[in-house]
Design a protein around this ligand. Structure first.
Ligand code: FES
Length: 102
């Protein structure tokens, strides 16, 4: 059953921010792209690197280890395109706090 988990104050996560958060037994990469919040699985499916440690260009987050890239809006693979997507998670703002539904 999905549950909402508070992550950080929105005021502390301005546009351009990206960061990994531990949520239960998972890691989630939260990104702020021009004021829109997105969350995908932080664990790169290739070899487990933290996706949030890689560069964010537009809506594309690139793994810092071997450069597999995913679209943070939906988890789809950007490069190479034939990879399976990673999971994406709904993000909410509740009374100034960013929450992710996992
Ligand atoms: S660990 Fe992410 S591309 Fe290799």
């Amino acid at each position: 059953m999905p549950q909402r988990h508070p992550l950080i104050a929105l005021a502390d996560f301005p546009p351009g921010s990206k960061r990994a958060f531990k949520v239960g037994d998972r890691r989630v990469a939260l990104c702020n792209v021009e004021g829109k919040l997105h969350a995908i699985d932080d664990v790169c499916p290739h070899a487990g690197a933290s996706m949030a440690a890689g560069p964010l260009r537009g809506t594309t987050l690139t793994c810092p280890l071997h450069a597999i890239a995913f679209d943070v809006t939906n988890g789809a693979a950007v490069c190479p395109k034939n990879m399976d997507p990673v999971q994406s998670f709904p993000v909410f703002v509740n009374e100034g706090r960013v929450e992710v539904e996992v």
